[in-house]
Design a protein around this ligand. Sequence first.
Ligand code: BES
Ligand code: ZN
Length: 371
Amino acid sequence: MQALGQSIGSRPAGSAKEREAADYIATQLQGYGYQVERQSFPFTRFNDGGSRLSVLQPITEELHPNTLVQSRSGDVEGPLVLVGLGQAGDFPPAVGGAIALIERGTNTFKDKVANAAAAGAKGAIIYNNQPGGFRGNIGEATAIPAASISQEEGKHLADLIARGSVNVHLSVQTTLEQVNSQNVIGTRKGASPRSIVVGAHFDSVPAGPGANDNASGTATMLEIARIMALADHPLSLYFIAFGAEELGLYGSKHFVSSLEAEQLRQIVGMVNLDMVGVGDRLKVGGSKDLEQKSMAVAERMGVEVSSLGTESTGLSDHGSFVAAGVPAVLIHYIDDPRYHTAQDTVQYVRPENLAAAGKWALEIMRELMGG
Ligand code: BES
Ligand code: ZN
């Protein structure tokens, strides 16, 4: 955990630090006796070069937009038109050639921006429906530049529009870049064609060293691998450190797509460890069957756990397995107040949390192997 979350530090997807972390993990798995493969894959990285929004008329002023992730790059100038929530019927003809000012809420960012583009708008600005600004992700490339602003700036613009015509200049600078990331896969074949996958992503956000997210899960996965190598087991075991999780679960998606349908069917369960070092409450979420099995295992162990349910909106690599029909769960501790910040450092990671998560995962594996 210290090697990844402190010595190497921040490990953004596609960076040299991510490769350095992959080398470290590969060496560890090799040392435990696993057959190790580095599985490289390309993905498209969205880079935000910043946004600017200037009011040109009736006054001149600079506002404070945030680029909406997946916005196309563009520089547009024109009248600003208020269009409510940006639902299909909300757009007046005046929006043609104009910039649409849309309120957050009800429909998705993707819907709002696509509807604005279809109505002829050449730019879209989404203002918050609660105080303050926000950062949003549209999910797929847009046809027009799109940015977000705070509720306060949104209301200010709406007030100006109510009094007369408003002209603005919106500039959103973004680029798409092909970069490479990699998974590190440690394999140990058993006599049975069936298999178990234990996984954890090892990349981090650029903002910080990702000690809890997710050096904690990677370290726990490695320790489980070390222990499982001490004896023979009937099932094949895959220990996988996933790359490029933080930008869209790219590593786990790539691994799943690299398997044949028959190989996927042979996976009896996948256990994903993500953020297991901070917080007091041990949680499990994912495929209903495996989630229930995991809770029964914990109960037998006398460990208090509960279902993640809707308590977190966080996505992680088990989702790629669930989407492919493989029973998969996330093991996770809540809450981490330093999530995705520069303060997600090793000093806050509790060794006893890693131990509890790891012991539980080991018991779930025993259960999956038939007790
Ligand atoms: N570790 C988080 C996911 C998470 C957060 C799980 C909180 C449980 C509680 C993960 O690394 C992450 O940040 N995922 C992104 C999704 C990704 C597809 C961009 C997220 O949840 O926003
Ligand atoms: Zn994570």
